[in-house]
Design a binder for this molecule. Structure first.
Ligand code: ATP
Ligand code: MG
Length: 338
């Protein structure tokens, strides 16, 4: 659906240049929610703004639904942009227009009939739950309500793609969740492709299908959210995950605490239905190994349950090896820690 090829963006001219993106390739599938996570200055906004050419890349190609946008004339680009909606961190609403008029704005630009506008805007007001607020001005709304107006306005021209630049960063955690649920709902309902950028791993974890980690203008890691979240390969990714989960200090102390000579600390990862099964009890019953729990988490990635349990197995080296072998054979991931 979206293909970025060799994307490079250099800001400025002469000696004062900053390379925001460097030879970046990225492929986003139709109908997925794709997250891009990175620290401040990593190039996230530049990347997402290149997808609708709000920012023109210095080099490279931007393909959306089979069309290369950098090759289009002004008029052709305007038409293609209608298929790409966008929402922003600070909402970017027209402060002197009502909720209704903000949502109607993109339709008036393409001179839609009054009746068609009215029916579309009312439909969108219902979708985002703002029917009762249609005559209010942005200043009379909460942050979450303003972002709902942003979403409705972005959907007015029936886009195939929705770009979200830190759309929940200005919102409190509960409001963030309600906007994320709204995005998930419209993704499912309209089969809309959503590209979302954020610096918060929990945003990725709650609604994204796949994720790319951007650092220094390049992608350092990407894949299914479960894979990247549970088996991060790059240090930057690990940092983002650590900031969401329990911190390492107490765990390190638990691993280093006095323990029997013949023992082994391991991290066991359960994914999907296996999270709720009794595999671990069965296996240790068979092998005679006992264990102490050092740390544990059970949560979900999008709708998929997962568990991570850090335990110290105690028993003979042979029995511990057998235990790890059996757990692995049952489809659990076991990582030896010390
Ligand atoms: N208009 C501009 N002119 C010059 N440099 C720019 C411009 N916009 C961005 N940059 C530089 O490009 C790099 C990437 O910026 P970008 O805004 O894409 O980062 P970001 O990941 O969105 O950061 P944040 O999380 O703070 O929003 C930064 O070093 C930034 O200073
Ligand atoms: Mg940004």
């Amino acid at each position: 659906m979206i293909e970025l090829k060799g994307l490079t963006k250099v800001y400025g001219k002469g000696r004062n240049t900053a390379t925001a993106l460097s030879q970046l390739d990225l492929s986003i599938r139709k109908g997925e929610i794709f997250g891009v996570i990175g620290h401040s200055g990593a190039g996230k906004s530049t990347l997402i703004r290149c997808i609708n050419l709000l920012e023109r890349p210095t080099q490279g190609e931007v393909w959306v639904d089979g069309v290369e946008l950098t090759k289009l004339s002004r008029g052709q680009l305007q038409a293609q942009r209608r298929k790409i909606g966008m929402i922003f961190q600070h909402f970017n609403l027209l402060s002197s227009a009502t909720v209704y008029d903000n949502i109607a704005f993109p339709l008036r630009l393409i001179s839609t009939s009054r009746a068609a506008i009215d029916s579309k805007v009312n439909e969108l007001l219902t979708l985002v739950g703002l029917e009762e607020h249609k005559d209010k001005y942005p200043a009379q709304l909460s942050g979450g309500q303003k972002q709902r107006v942003g979403v409705a306005r972005a959907l007015a021209s029936d886009p195939d793609v929705l770009l979200c630049d830190e759309a929940t960063s200005a919102l409190d955690p509960q409001t963030t969740d309600s906007i994320l649920r709204l995005l998930l709902d419209i993704n499912k309902r309209f089969h809309l492709t959503i590209v979302l950028i954020t610096h918060e791993m929990h945003v990725i974890q709650s609604i994204c299908d796949r994720v790319a980690v951007i650092h220094g203008g390049g992608i350092v890691e990407q894949g299914d959210v479960a894979k990247v979240f549970l088996k991060p390969q790059h240090e930057i990714t690990r940092e983002f995950i650590r900031s969401e989960t329990q911190n390492d200090g107490p765990l390190r102390a638990a691993i280093d605490a006095p323990h029997p000579e013949s023992s082994q600390a391991v991290k066991i990862t359960f994914l999907g239905q296996k999270t709720y099964e009794s595999t671990l009890s069965h296996v240790v019953k068979e092998t005679g190994v006992i264990f102490a729990i050092l740390q544990g988490t059970i949560s979900t990635i999008k709708d998929v349950p997962y568990g991570q349990l850090i335990v110290r197995f105690e028993g003979s080296a042979e029995a511990i090896r057998e235990t790890i072998g059996k757990l692995t054979a049952q489809g659990l991931d076991v990582e030896v820690l010390d």
